[in-house]
Design a protein around this ligand. Structure first.
Ligand code: EPZ
Length: 428
């Protein structure tokens, strides 16, 4: 397993382009199952979870071309053709490495009338059940048999039926799963208390381009009128707001002045507000975001995570790292996942002063962190450790960086292009 060796203290400068969004690309790839022809994607990020989803779609009999054969560089456009899908199954060995595989359930039921999807296990940040997905799909007529760790699903013989449903609580992939099931169902589906995350909207827009009838996009009430089939289409994946926020946090924490290119700033409004409140200087110009900060001169700010448009849980670990060297005490409350403070124990190895009380972290800013060996536990935690190591005095080593590579497109290379001193040591 690769490690990252980080020499702390380097200020950042220059500019970097934000990649396509992992959490839009994953549902978009699942949406390809619904179409009679190819779905062409552009602005594809290069990261592990998309490779896993690609393997899954190939396992089903689809054609997937997202990356160059050689493995280096990028394709201008990637093509997913699921018209010859023959095997509506998502086996455990693939699902266990990526829970978002559950996103194929709705599309398989809609297109194929059946599915066998390994029940996604939990992960470091929580149990991550899909009960709300299954309850909503059952309301559309699907029947489920949970045997041997698999969800064996069947749609009624003449297809799923549109339904008016309300999610008890906001679920991003639950909304995406049901939306994708509804586009080919009989009649109208109304999804109330729908997730409003931009990635849900990006998926909805691609489905409309494929011929789906969806209204209420960007709102918490989606109305989908089923159609007979979806056709080939092209779609550009939206920029990754969590990568952009992570790069923003890196400049804020290490200090310096740098520009993010290609981020969709509307998606980052609440996040940018919190960084500004902490004393980071932000300037948005023609879609570029310039960040300027002086290491260690920021003020503590309180944050509570919540569904969009609230402060994203996927930015909590990165912001908590920033608060470790800000002046004062910050209260950070995680309302979405039950175990998303795995980064705290590792940050304390660098000298951070953080006390956990259930879903709340009390962060007392210290003058400076000091480098130490750390172990990554989950995707956003690994980013948080990297940011802290870049600001710390001395060198740090971060192991298990496969967590980082699952969800970021070459984050270490991007940070090095801004002046960070990160060396990747390939597993021996
Ligand atoms: C999506 O996960 C994202 N993943 C996550 O990003 C993100 O943290 C999360 O939404 C919240 O924004 C993708 O889009 C691929 P949820 P998802 O269903 O859909 C509970 C990252 O770092 N719940 O909105 O799985 C659940 O346990 C990842 O990129 C149920 O109880 O999250 C959680 O506590 C991490 N039953 C809460 O709801 C269900 O049926 C929100 O989960 C579904 C969810």
């Amino acid at each position: 397993m690769d490690k990252l060796l980080v020499e702390g203290g380097a200020p950042l400068s220059g500019s970097v382009k934000v990649s396509g969004a992992k959490n839009a690309a994953l549902p978009l790839m699942a949406a390809a199952i619904l179409a009679d022809g190819p779905l062409t994607l552009t602005n594809i990020p290069k990261l592990g979870d998309l490779r896993t989803m690609g393997k899954l779609l190939k396992h089903m009999g689809g054609e997937v071309n997202l990356y160059p054969e050689s493995g280096d560089g990028y394709l201008e456009e990637g093509v997913l053709d699921m018209s010859r899908l023959a095997n509506p199954e998502a086996p455990h060995e693939l699902v266990k490495t990526m829970r978002a595989s559950a996103l194929v359930l709705g599309p398989l039921l809609a297109r194929f009338g059946q599915a066998k999807v390994s029940l996604p296990g939990g992960c470091a940040i929580g149990v991550r059940p899909i009960d709300m997905h299954l309850k909503a799909l059952a309301a559309m007529g699907a029947e489920f048999d949970l045997t041997g760790g698999d969800v064996v699903a069947k749609a009624p013989k003449d297809g799923l039926v549109g339904v008016d449903l309300r999610f008890d609580s906001v679920t991003v992939t639950g909304t995406e799963n049901v939306m994708m099931a509804a586009v080919l169902a009989k009649g109208r589906t109304v999804i109330r208390n729908a997730a409003r995350e931009p990635e849900v909207s990006d998926t909805a827009r691609a489905l409309v381009a494929m011929g789906a009838k969806i209204s209420g996009i960007d709102s918490d009430e989606l109305i989908i009128d089923g159609v007979d089939s979806l056709k080939a289409a092209s779609h550009s994946i939206m920029p990754d707001r969590v990568e952009a926020g992570t790069l923003l946090a890196a400049v804020a924490m290490a200090g310096g002045r740098a520009t993010l290119k290609g981020a969709k700033l509307n998606d980052l409004a609440v996040v940018m507000g919190k960084f500004t409140e902490a004393g980071v200087f932000l300037r948005a110009e023609n879609g570029d975001l310039t960040i300027e900060a002086h290491r260690g001169l920021l003020s503590a700010v309180n944050v509570t995570t919540g569904p969009y448009p609230g402060f994203p849980t996927d930015m909590q670990a990165q912001f908590l790292a920033l608060m470790c060297t800000s002046k004062g005490t910050s209260i950070i409350t995680e309302t979405i996942f039950e175990n998303r403070f795995m980064h705290v124990a590792e940050l304390k190895r660098l000298g951070a002063d953080v006390t956990l009380e259930g879903r709340t972290a009390v962060v007392k800013g210290v003058e400076r962190l000091s480098g130490a060996p750390m172990t990554a536990s989950d995707l956003r935690a690994s980013a948080s450790l990297l940011l802290a190591a870049m600001a710390a005095k001395g060198t740090s080593e971060i192991s298990r960086v496969y967590h980082l590579d699952r969800g970021y497109d070459r984050l270490d290379d991007k940070l090095n292009s801004l002046g960070a001193k990160i060396k990747r040591v390939k597993a021996s």
